[in-house]
Design a protein around this ligand. Sequence first.
Ligand SMILES: NC(=O)c1ccc[n+]([C@@H]2O[C@H](COP(=O)([O-])OP(=O)(O)OC[C@H]3O[C@@H](n4cnc5c(N)ncnc54)[C@H](OP(=O)(O)O)[C@@H]3O)[C@@H](O)[C@H]2O)c1
Length: 265
Amino acid sequence: MALHGKVALLTGASMGIGEAIASSLVQAGANVILFSRSEDKLRQLKDKLAVNGDTKVTYRAVDVGNYEEVDAAVKSSIQEVGHIDILINNAGLAIGAPKIFSDLNPSDIMTMNNTNINGYMFMTHSVLNHSMMNRKAGTILNITSITGLEVPPFPGEAVYHANKACQEAFTNALRNELSGTDIRVLVLRPGVVATNFHSLRVGHDKKMYDEFIEGYEPLIADDIAQGAIYMLQQPLNISVKALDIVPSAQRSINVFDRTWNERRE
Ligand SMILES: NC(=O)c1ccc[n+]([C@@H]2O[C@H](COP(=O)([O-])OP(=O)(O)OC[C@H]3O[C@@H](n4cnc5c(N)ncnc54)[C@H](OP(=O)(O)O)[C@@H]3O)[C@@H](O)[C@H]2O)c1
C-alpha cells in the first residue's frame, strides 16, 4: 500500500519509537497526526517534520488513558484532516523496576494499566467509531513487545508484561471481530531499543541502565520505524500480522549475548 497521501494517527509521538515512525511516515509522503502529553515536544516535532514536504503534520496533547480527552482529540483531528487510514498505538511505559509486584506503588500500577491497556483500547474505540468503521477500511498497528509473549527474566516486570500480553490478546480478538471489513490489525514486537523507555523503567538509575545494556548493541528507534513502514506498505491483501525485531545479541527473552561488543573490538 503506497503511504503517499494516507493519514496516520500515531500515539507516543513525542520521542523514541513514535518520533522515529512519524519521521519515516512523513518521508514516505503520509500525513501524520501526533498524539502524546507533551505539547512542547509535539510542536517542535511538527515544525521539524513539516519543514520540507507537502505533507500535513498536526498534533494534539492528549493523555491516552483519558477517554474524554482521546475522543475529543480524535474528533477534532478528523474535522481537520478528513479521515484516518492508519492508527498506530505506541504510547506506553514501564515504571517501578526492579521492585517486585507486592512492593509497587499502586499509583504506578494504575498509570501502567491506564496507559498501556486503556490507552490502546480507548484510541482504537474512538478511531473505529469516528472514522474506520464508516469506511470499513484502515490499518491498526499495535506496538507491543516480545515481553507480551514470554515473561521477562528481570524483577519489576509483572504489570508491564501483563499489559503487553493484554495488547496481544486485544489485537487477536479485534482482528477476528473486524472480519467483514477491510481493516487490518497488526502487531510489531520490539526487543531492546535504546530510548528513554529503559531509563524510565529503572527510575533513571544510570548504573542499572548501563548493566542492562552491557556488552551488546541495542536497537535504535529508527530500526523499529523501518519495520513499521514495511508492514504498512504491504498491499491490502497481505497482513504481516506480527513482526519481532530484536537486537541480534538478544537471542531470546532470557539469553543476551554479552560478548557481542567484544567480538567487534
Ligand atoms: N524501548 C524498548 O526497548 C521497547 C521494547 C519493547 C516495546 N516497546 C514499546 O514501544 C512503545 C514506545 O516506547 P519507546 O521506547 O519509544 O518509549 P519512550 O521513548 O519513553 O516514549 C514513550 C512515548 O509514550 C508517550 N506517552 C507515555 N504515556 C502517555 C500517555 N498517558 N498519553 C499519551 N502519550 C504517552 C510519551 O510521550 P509524553 O511523555 O509526551 O506523553 C512518549 O512519546 C511502548 O509501547 C513500549 O512499551 C519499547
